[in-house]
Design a protein around this ligand. Structure first.
Ligand SMILES: *Cc1c(COP(=O)(O)O)cnc(C)c1O
Length: 330
């Protein structure tokens, strides 16, 4: 069975497991786990921000990041198929008490005129106040699409002019960086606060980070504990993340190549595939998923008529070629 349902399915490699076994640890709630501290410093440095905080999941990282910009009864603007809007089970509403309004973009990107029309920071005591804008790069449900740096920079310029702030869901920012060659810091510079994941294509079993200025990260640390996310000798997990940053970033280019190969086999346009995710339409996504499974390939339905497949560390070139041949016959 070749499993293309998600890049979260990767299992830690032998080398990663041995890095985890050797990790120096301490109590991270006391701020005394040297491996967690090293990971946080490494990631904040890579992204050019002051500080970072390790979290168990990307969803928690997003909740902590967005709540550092948006309070209860305020709103964040985002794209209509954003992960924060669709795939975090309403966490931002449930925990923070914020609301969302959305613009729609065919590739999940920034539509500046549309979000300028939505933007309402202060329309009196009748309208929800917009406190921030959230963007996602790469965009998961739009098919791993990369937001062009120029669009993000234009958004940043406008945000500075009008005095609003930006959250970046960078769960797969690594993929955008590898696909385009744009430095991670350039992408991260458009955001006031961002979230990145180690547990997707980078192949760590667990782990994400909130990244931003020292005050935002200090506050995120309080809220992480409050939400039950204060972890103890978690350096064993941070070691997996450090190993992934050392060994699994540049190889994402292979996943991107495999995704284009699979897109072609499924009748999607490989030129539209920016990274490791392929999204395509079928009249009945659930039926397609079932017949793919029968043929020996697991893919996922992400809408009634939308199928998604994702390449990752545990899918070799030979696996990708075999999956492409099997899917081409469906
Ligand atoms: C996976 C993902 C997250 C975080 O997901 P968790 O499963 O909570 O780690 C956040 N944003 C995007 C775009 C994702 O794909």
């Amino acid at each position: 069975m070749i499993d293309l349902r998600s890049d979260t399915l990767t299992r830690p490699t032998e080398a990663m497991r041995s890095a985890m076994a050797r990790a120096e640890v301490g109590d991270d709630v006391f701020g005394e786990d040297p491996t967690v501290l090293a990971l946080q410093e490494r990631v904040s440095d890579l992204l050019g921000h002051e500080a970072a905080l390790f979290t168990p999941t990307g969803s928690m990282a997003n909740v902590l990041a967005v709540r550092s910009l948006v309070g209860p009864g305020q709103e964040v603007l985002c794209e209509s198929s954003a992960h924060i809007a669709r795939a975090e089970l309403g966490a931002h509403g449930a925990y923070t008490g914020l609301t969302m309004r959305t613009w729609t973009h065919p590739r999940g990107g920034v539509d500046l005129p549309a979000l300028q029309r939505l933007f309402a920071p202060d329309m009196g005591p009748f309208f929800v106040a917009t406190a921030a804008v959230s963007v996602e790069n790469t965009h998961n449900f739009a098919g791993g699409t990369v937001a062009p740096l120029a669009d993000l920079q234009a958004l940043r310029g406008w945000a500075d002019e009008v005095g609003t702030r930006i959250h970046l869901d960078g769960a797969r920012l690594w993929n955008a960086h590898v696909a385009t060659g744009v430095p991670l810091r350039d992408y991260a510079a458009v955001a006031d606060v961002l979230a990145v994941c180690l547990s997707k294509g980078l192949g760590a079993p667990v782990g994400s980070l909130v990244v931003g200025n020292a005050a935002a990260v200090a506050e995120a640390r309080v809220w992480r504990k409050r939400m039950g996310g204060g972890m103890r000798q978690v350096g064993v997990l941070a070691a997996a993340g450090l190993h992934a940053l050392d060994h699994h970033v540049e190889r994402l280019a292979e996943d991107h190549e495999h995704a284009r190969l699979l897109a072609e086999a499924c009748g999607a346009d490989p030129a539209e595939v920016d990274t490791n995710i392929v999204v395509f339409e079928r009249p009945d996504a659930a039926a397609y998923v079932a017949s793919a499974e029968e043929a020996g390939v697991r893919v996922a339905a992400v809408g009634p008529t939308t199928v998604r497949l994702v390449t990752h560390l545990d899918v070799t070139r030979a696996d990708a070629e075999r999956a492409a041949a099997l899917l081409a016959r469906l």
